[in-house]
Design a protein around this ligand. Structure first.
Ligand code: GDP
Ligand code: MG
Length: 441
């Protein structure tokens, strides 16, 4: 972390919005961090531009200063861009599921095929077969056979004189004979993409009709990863990515580049040479690794959490005194959606799960409804938010118009608010501990 960013980040907490100068300084540092992590230059450019737009004028959350706020936005966006977590292997409706490993020489195709075969064996009691279709790399077939013995998975090979297409054809026949449910095709790589290799892989794809074409990329390749990923994806239409050698000291910028150019999920990461060193891909962990700001992110999270806790305690007190108003309500709805929705919170409350009133409220509170409710509350004057009881029929009409919702909905919402308030106050006075726990206090 550079000194400049550190000093920007330790700046005073300031309320308000992210300004142009906050953005200029912090985004410059972010850009450096991404380039240092070996994220592709073009990808960095696009990413920085998008985040800049998103962050400009954002409200600085309580407990954070503007620079921290920007880092938080960057981290969230990075995590989002990195795609879904825990994407499983594609499955064929009938056996075998065929998985083709592609990538440059030394990327880790053979090793990863072994790791995946072992994982499937252990987790699903699967019966995999591995096909040795790399006839070019010295000792590639021996390597696969040794691996196969080590993890007790059969390997089909025809030596180095047969054509890889024929090897795959015969290998698939063998798979059917032995009723293998997964077939790994350990295809050839090259030091660089060339047409002969691509043609061979395209032919194998036609023959084997794989359910999964996994592009294996060495995370240490840095800038070149983009070109490699684009090359393989354009020609073969990869279905997923495995990033290897993340046990090294690379920051893993390749993950972001590959994802950005292919839009294909990163399914697994390799974290060592042993057959068990294969892990699920976690977008959030990868984002903070790429940013290289792990400590800072923890700090930001903690600062946020402290504020949330203070707020929650204050709200709990207000509920107890039955002075809970619409400002609290909005705060709370935000927290609720952060915590995984009203349903998950209600489940934490003993006796509440079966309460018909709660059930009715829950039914009303789908995400769209929450947006509508927010729109209505946003249309209230500060005084109305603090003293909901002053909201008379003419005010209700104004709120309906302001929020673009029918008046019956405003009425229903106010009624629910009052019911909830009463219920919460009752619950608070009976069930303080659980309620505070529910509120995260
Ligand atoms: P291939 O040419 O694509 O088949 O690559 P290999 O599977 O033969 O792997 C090349 C080298 O990288 C071997 O020495 C592997 O042990 C090593 N390797 C593969 N994956 C990983 C990994 O996740 N971490 C580490 N440290 N080494 C790996
Ligand atoms: Mg190999």
């Amino acid at each position: 972390l550079t000194e400049r960013l550190q000093s920007a980040l330790s700046g005073l907490r300031r309320k308000g919005k992210v300004s142009e100068s906050d953005l200029r300084d912090t985004m410059r540092e972010i850009r450096m961090a991404l380039l240092e992590a070996d994220v592709n230059f073009g990808v960095v450019k696009d990413f920085v531009r998008d985040v800049r737009e998103k962050a400009a004028g954002e409200k600085v959350l309580e407990g954070l200063n503007p620079a921290q706020q920007i880092v938080k936005i960057v981290n969230d966006e990075l995590t989002k861009m990195m795609g879904e977590q825990d994407v499983p292997l594609n499955q064929s409706p009938k056996i075998p599921t065929v998985i083709m490993m592609v990538g440059l020489q030394g990327a880790g195709k053979t090793t990863t095929a072994g790791k995946l075969a072992l994982k499937l064996k252990n987790e699903k009691n699967a019966r995999p077969l591995m096909i040795a279709a790399d006839i070019y790399r010295p000792a590639a077939i021996d390597q696969l056979e040794t691996l196969g013995q080590q993890i007790d998975v059969p390997v089909f090979s025809m030596g180095t004189d047969a054509d890889p297409r024929e090897i795959v054809r015969q290998g698939l026949i063998r798979a059917n004979e032995i009723k293998a449910d997964y077939v790994f095709i350990d295809a050839a790589g090259r030091l660089q993409i060339d047409e002969a290799l691509m043609q061979e892989l395209a032919d194998i794809k036609d023959i084997a009709e794989p359910n999964e074409i996994l592009l294996v990329v060495d995370a240490m390749t840095g800038q070149n990863a983009t070109e490699t990923a684009e090359g393989f994806n354009n020609r073969l239409g990869i279905t997923g990515v495995v990033l290897t050698k993340l046990d090294g000291d690379t920051r893993g910028g390749a993950a972001l580049s590959i994802r950005a150019v292919t839009q294909k999920p990163i399914k697994f990461v390799g974290q060592g040479e042993k057959m068990t060193d294969l892990d699920t891909f976690y977008p959030d962990r990868m984002a903070s690794r790429i940013l290289g700001m792990g400590d800072l992110l923890t700090l930001i999270e903690r600062a946020q959490k402290d504020v949330d806790e203070e707020k929650a305690a204050a709200q709990a007190e207000k509920m107890r005194q039955n002075t809970f108003d619409f400002n609290d309500f909005i705060d709370q709805m935000e927290q609720v959606s952060n915590m995984g929705g009203i349903e998950s919170i209600m489940k934490m409350l003993p006796g509440m799960a079966n309460n018909p009133q709660v059930a009715a409220m829950q039914a009303q509170m789908d995400p769209k409804q929450i947006d509508h409710i927010k729109a209505i509350v946003m249309s209230m004057t500060p005084q109305e938010r603090e003293q909901p009881e002053i909201i008379n029929p003419s005010r209700r009409r104004r709120l309906a118009a302001g929020a673009g919702r029918p008046i019956v909905e405003v009425n229903r919402m106010l009624k629910q608010f009052n019911e909830m308030k009463t219920m919460m106050s009752k619950a608070m006075n009976g069930n303080t501990a659980q309620m505070e726990q529910m509120m995260g206090a």
